[in-house]
Design a protein around this ligand. Structure first.
Ligand code: DLL
Length: 438
């Protein structure tokens, strides 16, 4: 027998815990984690001793700032299993990051870690509105990427019916969605739009499908893109965040109030730092998110520099959850472009494009260097009416876009209109920037 829809996974004791109590729990779990990594992970032991710090020096949560950061480079240097804190016989699953260059980073899970991951995925999926009555269509690729498995087990834990569709084959995805009555869609936000495009091309009205909620994550996306997906697919589009190094999806997720993603603070400690100086910034500042795991066994991680730029909000959410909310990320600091000295994130450009009638939600940024100057070209698909319009009208459209970009970004960008369906579609994470400078 399935559970009834009212018994979805909401761990009220932990998710609505008063902050003081939460911080006591965090400190206790942090101290235990530090003791363990100091004994079992040589990389942490040597970093701590280089700074002449021992786990027992961490007496308050503020003391966390005394500890060294962990970076992707540390994980690369200890490839593949050097950061594991348990023997391999206790590791029951291995995943790795989706990095495109160099060696990927490898992460491991004990059985307890998999249980925690399942619970946290079930938590954010419940917060997003998934119930045992849902049919959850998973269009992330199953494999080393953590996306599919994370949400798969979360949905099963809730008691929903899971369709492990995996990625690719867009036409078949749509057929299955129609025939199997998928009510919750799991994929990247950019793939959600690819699905909407294809349905519209096939004359299928997405609003006539059973879709109700979308759980989108794995890449940065703007509020404008959220509204576009909601309008076109007829779903409540929720955001969820995670990274393989810290666990995978299930680090943070949005509730139906859509006002930032609750970071599950009974399992992770979040800090915001200045990415240049490494200094911890005051509450409410925008900066780089740094995460510390406090319950993981196989692959604990201390002060991991995520490179994701965001802001944290500490007030209690209307849903009752007390866990801090991270706002939509502007993107990774690695994706930030510096054009004529001005910092530009692809998501800022996305916001502008999505506000202009006639632009299709597909774009690409090309960065080039002429002499010492970096230039940015924004290639955007426009609808056929605009693309085939007379030159004068097209020019006026380009001017309008360039003016809006200049006033939002504070730096000029060249706009190139391209025909519908010409920009490469990705089945997983979209690649927005083509950097020709290297
Ligand atoms: O993308 C884990 C994940 C899968 C999260 C599916 C949510 C859903 P990685 O491949 O290791 O893991 O990539 C992690 O992706 O540092 C962010 O830059 C980006 N990212 C993930 N979720 C979001 C999001 C998975 N909701 C990297 N918003 C992270 C913005 C995101 N960026």
């Amino acid at each position: 027998m399935k559970q009834s829809a009212t018994t979805a996974i909401w761990d009220r004791d932990n998710e609505c815990m008063p902050r003081e109590q939460l911080e006591t729990l965090q400190l206790q779990r942090l101290q235990q984690t530090l003791e363990r990594v100091n004994v079992h992970v040589p990389c942490y032991k040597s970093k701590f001793s280089a700074l002449q710090i021992s786990p027992s020096d961490v007496k308050t949560l503020e003391d966390l700032a005394k500890l060294p950061f962990t970076t992707k480079e540390d994980l690369r240097l200890n490839y593949p299993y050097g950061m594991f804190a348990v023997p391999m016989r206790d590791v029951v699953r291995i995943h790795s990051s989706s990095g495109t260059t160099g060696k990927p980073t490898v992460v491991g899970y004990t059985r307890n870690d998999l249980n925690t991951w399942t619970q946290l995925a079930a938590r954010f999926m419940t917060a997003a509105g998934v119930t045992p009555d849902d049919i959850v269509h998973i269009a992330f690729g199953y494999g080393l990427f953590t996306g599919a498995f994370g949400l798969h087990y979360g949905a099963e834990e809730i008691g929903a019916s899971v369709i492990p569709m995996s990625s690719g084959n867009t036409d078949k995805q749509i057929m299955i969605m129609q025939d199997y009555l998928s009510s919750a869609l799991v994929c990247t936000p950019s793939y959600a739009l690819t699905l909407a495009d294809r349905m519209e091309k096939q004359g299928i009205d997405p609003h006539r499908l059973s879709l109700k909620v979308g759980l989108f994550g794995g890449e940065p996306w703007s509020e404008e893109m959220r509204r576009e997906i909601e309008k076109r697919l007829g779903v409540v589009a929720t955001d969820n965040y995670g990274l393989s190094e810290v666990m995978g999806p299930g680090v943070a997720g949005e509730c139906q109030h859509q006002c930032g993603m609750h970071i599950f603070e009974d399992h992770f400690i979040a800090e915001i730092i200045d990415p240049e100086t490494g200094e911890v910034l005051p509450r409410g500042s925008i900066g780089e998110l740094v995460l510390t795991s406090i319950t993981k066994e196989a692959f604990p991680i201390i002060r991991y520099r995520t490179r994701d730029i965001t802001r944290l909000e500490y007030d209690t959410c209307a849903c009752g959850r007390t866990h801090v909310r991270m706002m939509k990320t502007m993107g990774r600091s690695d994706d930030m472009l510096i054009i004529k000295g001005v910092n530009v994130f692809p998501t800022q450009i996305e916001e502008v494009l999505f506000q202009v009638e006639g632009c299709e939600p597909h774009y690409q940024l090309v960065v080039e260097r002429t002499g010492t100057m970096d230039t940015l070209e924004v290639q955007v698909e426009v609808n056929e009416r605009i693309f085939f319009d007379e030159m004068k009208k097209q020019r006026a459209f380009v001017d309008k876009l360039e003016k809006r970009l200049l006033s939002t970004l504070g730096v000029g960008a060249r706009v190139k209109l391209v025909e519908p369906s010409t920009i490469t579609r990705h089945e997983g994470k979209a690649k927005r920037v083509i950097d020709k400078r290297q």
